[in-house]
Design a binder for this molecule. Structure first.
Ligand code: HH2
Length: 341
């Protein structure tokens, strides 16, 4: 099989005939042609097979009410005692409400609420407990008049169902519908859009010895298969978003290879989410043990994602990400010159 990775550009001097990347701010006129066991080579975009050309260039439909024409911010709100970064801080409903409001004021366009830590080594939380952590908080946010879209970060059907009933509208599944068959039925029945994230193994075991033949191509194939499974379950492709799952069964080198190659995933024809905020590899490379101190490295990774046309950044530091993105967007997307597209 041949894979085509668009070489994403943002330069204002855009050559004639350059193609828009997923209808967003980036463009490309060259692609990297990848095959397992063969050297990569750079080809003109004119060499693309028509169906890949269409997938790579087509504007993405709105996802969960959010337009997908540029990078947007998902604010993380973990109502757990043990999340790796914000665990225990927002368990009390008043604290969760205040944090949600703060993140929206700072520029979050969707909030991701989770009641089960999926950090490496984490144990599974019983369904009833996960529901009692998340649904009341979502209901309280809606009762307080918050209209921002909310995604429920869960692997389980009943948790998603309770969250949707309480006012969430998107399902974010770090197991891409492999953990609980009921979750696909909930999505199909309710029409909720779904974020399909790649993970190798479960949170309890995933960091023991992650292995891939070729991490970028393996994750691509796996996500393609999960999209097909979701479609077979009655969830149309235009209701799906994909995520390479940074840190979920990946070494530092795996994470870097996925971030370097992110633009490949546009070939799946769905918007892309990047969730790297404060993760361990940022601490390792950036020399920062304390997760809460990894904002600068997280911004660098987020901007690297934006430069490859990623549509959603899942972050803890919303205001800082908003500021970084605003500057990046002002520099890269205004007044394009050159000899025209
Ligand atoms: N990462 C985490 C949780 N959910 N969902 C998506 N789609 N992508 C991610 O990268 C992702 C995710 C882990 O981070 P966090 O929620 O901050 O920590 P914890 O799992 O310990 O609650």
């Amino acid at each position: 099989m041949t894979y085509w990775r668009p070489i994403a550009m943002t330069d204002a001097a855009r050559p004639r005939g350059a193609l828009p990347l997923a209808g967003g701010p980036c463009w490309f006129d060259r692609v990297e042609r990848l095959e397992r066991g063969a050297p990569a080579c750079v080809r003109p975009a004119a060499d693309l097979p028509p169906e890949i050309h269409d997938r790579l260039t087509a504007p993405r439909p709105a996802f969960g009410g959010l337009s997908m024409d540029r990078a947007r911010i998902m604010g993380i709100l973990n109502v757990t005692p043990d999340s790796f970064s914000d665990g225990g801080r927002f368990l009390a409903p008043e604290a969760a409400l205040a944090q949600a409001r703060a993140m929206v004021a700072e520029g979050a366009e969707i909030l991701d609420i989770g009641g089960e830590s999926t950090r490496p080594g984490a144990a599974e939380v019983p369904v009833a407990e996960e529901i009692s952590r998340t649904a009341p908080v979502i209901a309280a946010l809606r009762a307080a008049g918050l209209t921002t879209p909310i995604s429920i970060d869960t692997r389980k059907g009943p948790v998603a169902e309770a969250a949707l009933a309480a006012g969430a509208s998107v399902i974010n599944d770090v197991a891409a519908l492999t953990h609980d068959p009921a979750l696909a039925s909930v999505a199909a029945r309710t029409g909720a859009p779904v974020i399909l994230m790649h993970a190798q193994g479960t949170p309890a075991t995933m960091q023991r010895a992650p292995r891939y033949d070729d991490v970028l191509l393996d994750v691509y194939d796996w996500l393609a298969a999960r999209i097909a499974a979701a479609e077979a379950a009655g969830i149309a492709r235009d209701r799906l978003m994909v995520d390479p799952g940074i840190g979920f069964g990946k070494t530092l080198e795996h994470n870097l290879a996925l971030i370097r190659g992110l633009s490949l995933f546009h070939g799946l024809g769905c918007p892309i989410l990047l969730g790297a905020s404060r993760k361990r590899f940022i601490g390792t490379i950036g020399g920062q043990e304390v997760a809460e101190q990894r904002m600068p490295g997280s911004l660098a990774v987020g901007l690297a994602g934006a430069a490859q046309g990623v549509q959603l950044l899942r972050v803890h530091d919303v205001g800082e990400t908003r500021q970084a993105l605003a500057l990046w967007q002002a520099i890269t997307t205004s007044n394009q010159t050159g000899d025209g597209a």
